[in-house]
Unconditional design. Structure first.
Length: 269
């Protein structure tokens, strides 16, 4: 389903871009296609440690954008504040690195280690949300706050971002962030029900885990990009993340501290 929706986005974007070109107009969109590969430690006790390959699109105008499976509308309130309303088709728990590029990561019980294969799947969710960006005008630091939610719960996040222009072609963007997950989201993605405890496949789970608390995750990282031609660019991402005890103590969570690195290539039309 994700591939179908992503394919529809790509098709609509290409058609829109092509129509502008055929009419002899300068396209009002910034349109790019790319792919990325990522690797890192795993939040859940999953069986395989493998590379993740993800194609993505980006289509932006002054007000509207599509990035992966997130689309939104931006409105500049003044010279320092930008308000964005958005929807993420595949939202949910976004604590596994590369999944954030197109949404969250859906956890299938077949991916779990032996002794945990009887857990229920943890699905993604359609989310709506708001973002507020603020230019502090202090050392080019920007703050970004967001709230998002769906039927399985909601989350809030605040980030501080600063872009460094090393050369005309090379940029580095460090970032720190703090996310707060509500009770419903924490329980759904990390709680263990009595039914799961009693499943004979869950030989390594001996009691239910009812959290009923808010939880947080903090992260520090940096992204880089290098434009080696006007059309082609490569980019990278490295991130280190820590989750709170409410998440880390779950029987299906493997690592409380996780890392992630990725490398990608992009073509700008």
């Amino acid at each position: 389903m994700k591939k179908i929706i992503l394919g529809i986005f790509i098709l609509l974007s290409v058609l829109s871009f092509s129509e502008s070109e055929k009419e002899g107009k300068e396209s009002k969109y910034k349109f790019s296609l790319g792919t990325m590969v990522g690797h890192g430690s795993k939040l859940y006790k999953v069986e395989k440690d493998k590379l993740n390959y993800i194609p993505f699109i980006s289509l932006e105008s002054e007000d509207l954008y599509i990035r992966g499976t997130e689309f939104g509308y931006k409105h500049r309130l003044n010279s320092r504040l930008v308000l964005t309303g958005f929807s993420q088709l595949f939202g949910g728990i976004q604590l596994q690195g590369v999944g954030g590029a197109i949404g969250a990561v859906q956890l299938d019980n077949s991916d779990m280690e032996d002794g945990y294969k009887g857990i229920n799947d943890r699905d993604t969710q359609v989310e709506i949300g708001l973002k507020l960006g603020y230019d502090t005008e202090f050392n080019d630091i920007k703050l970004l706050g967001e709230l998002r939610g769906g039927k399985r719960g909601g989350a809030g996040k605040i980030s501080a971002i600063r872009s460094y222009k090393i050369t005309n072609k090379f940029f580095i963007v460090p970032q720190i962030s703090l996310s707060l997950l509500d009770k419903n989201m924490v329980d759904y993605y990390f709680g263990i029900s009595e039914g799961e405890v009693n499943d004979p496949r869950n030989t390594k789970i001996n009691k239910a885990y009812n959290i009923n608390k808010f939880a947080y995750a903090s992260a520090i990282g940096a992204s880089t990009s290098y434009n080696f031609t006007p059309k082609w660019s490569v980019f990278g991402l490295a991130e280190l993340q820590y989750v709170s005890d409410e998440i880390g103590d779950s029987p299906i969570v493997d690592n409380r501290v996780n890392y992630f690195v990725s490398l990608g290539i992009k073509y700008n039309f």
